[in-house]
Design a protein around this ligand. Structure first.
Ligand code: AMP
Length: 286
C-alpha cells in the first residue's frame, strides 16, 4: 500500500514547536509574545495564542499548574492536566514554544522567600471580590507570574478578560515593577463562550449536563443592568452566589457616574466555582 503523503509530513510539522522545561532553554526567545496558562487548554486559551500571534513575534505559551494560587481546600490535586493534548492544541494555532516548568524550576529557593519579596497591587486587595473570596489567591498568582516574566522576559503578554480582576492585578504589577520587564505590554483578550453563552473554563469539565444548564445563569446575570436583577437571575438558576456586582471598570470599586462599568459575578454549583463578567453600557451589555 502507498503511504499517505500527509501522514509522512506530520512528524515534520509537529517538530516545529519546541517543548521546553528548563529556564536556560528560554534565553533565545526573549522579547517574545507570552501567554501564561495552567493548561487544560480550550478555545479561550487558543484565542489568547491567536492574539499573541498578531504581534508577529515568537509565541511562548507556559503551562504550569501553580500550587501557590490554590488554597488548601481548593482543587489543586484534581485540576485537569494533559500536557500532550495541550501541546497539540497550542501548536494547532501556531505557538512556537511551550514552556512547561516543574515546581522546582519555578520556585528553586522555596516559595516562602519569593512570596515575601513581592509588593501586591491594590487591585488584588481593595475591590473585595475575588480577593475576599480567595484571600491568598492573588499573592500566589503574582508570585508565579512575576517569576514567569523574569524567566521568559517577554515584550508582550496576553491575559484573558474572563479573569477580569486578575487582568487588572497583572496590569498594575507590570506598571509598578517599572523597567524590571523592560517595557512589557499587556493585552486583554475578550471572553470566549460556548454556544449557550457559558464562558469557557478548564473547570467546565466538572459540570454535569444539568449543572451546565444552571451555569448559563451567570451569562444571564452579567447582562442585567442592576445588582438586584443579577441576584434574582442567579437565584432563578439555583446558583449559590459569592458576589454579583456592578463596579467601575478601571478600579473595580463603586461605579462613578459617567465612567464605564462592569458586571461581575462569582457563583458556586456544588463544589464547582464559576466566574464571569461583561461591560455594562446604559443597561445594555456590549
Ligand atoms: P488559566 O489556564 O485558567 O489560568 O487561564 C489562562 C489564561 O486564559 C488567563 O489569562 C485566562 O483569563 C484566560 N482564559 C481562560 N478562559 C478564557 C475564556 N473563556 N476566554 C478568554 N480567555 C480565557
Amino acid at each position: 500500500m502507498g503511504s499517505d503523503p500527509l501522514r509522512s509530513l506530520t512528524p515534520f510539522i509537529l517538530s516545529t514547536m519546541k517543548v521546553i522545561t528548563s529556564a536556560d532553554s528560554l534565553k533565545p526567545f526573549r522579547g517574545c509574545a507570552f501567554v501564561p496558562t495552567m493548561g487544560a487548554l480550550h478555545d479561550g486559551h487558543l484565542s489568547l495564542i491567536r492574539e499573541a500571534k498578531n504581534a508577529d513575534k515568537t509565541v511562548v505559551v507556559s503551562i504550569f499548574v501553580n500550587p501557590e494560587q490554590f488554597a488548601p481546600e481548593e482543587d489543586l490535586d484534581k485540576y485537569p492536566r494533559n500536557l500532550e493534548q495541550d501541546c497539540a492544541f497550542a501548536e494547532s494555532v501556531g505557538a512556537d514554544v511551550v514552556f512547561a516548568p516543574s515546581v522546582e524550576t519555578m520556585y528553586p529557593t522555596g516559595s516562602n522567600e519569593s512570596l515575601s519579596n513581592l509588593h501586591i497591587p491594590w487591585a488584588a486587595t481593595k475591590p473585595l471580590l475575588e480577593d475576599a473570596c480567595r484571600p491568598t489567591h492573588f499573592l500566589g498568582v503574582c508570585v508565579a507570574v512575576a517569576r514567569l516574566f523574569d524567566l521568559v522576559q517577554p515584550s508582550i503578554t496576553v491575559f484573558g478578560l474572563k479573569d477580569y480582576q486578575q487582568y487588572l492585578v497583572i496590569k498594575q504589577l507590570i506598571e509598578q515593577e517599572g523597567k524590571r520587564w523592560s517595557d512589557l505590554q499587556i493585552i486583554g483578550a475578550g471572553i470566549i463562550r460556548d454556544d449557550g453563552g457559558l464562558a469557557m473554563s478548564s473547570r467546565n469539565v466538572y459540570l454535569t449536563t444539568d449543572q451546565r444548564s444552571q451555569a448559563l445563569g451567570l451569562h444571564k446575570a452579567i447582562r442585567c443592568s442592576t445588582e438586584k436583577a443579577m441576584l434574582e437571575t442567579l437565584d432563578v438558576y439555583g446558583l449559590d452566589v459569592e458576589y454579583a456586582v456592578i463596579r467601575d471598570s478601571e478600579t473595580l470599586l463603586a461605579p462613578i457616574e459617567g465612567k464605564p462599568t462592569r458586571a461581575l459575578v462569582a457563583a458556586r454549583l456544588g463544589h464547582i466555582r464559576l466566574i464571569d463578567n461583561a461591560p455594562v453600557n446604559m443597561g445594555v451589555q456590549l
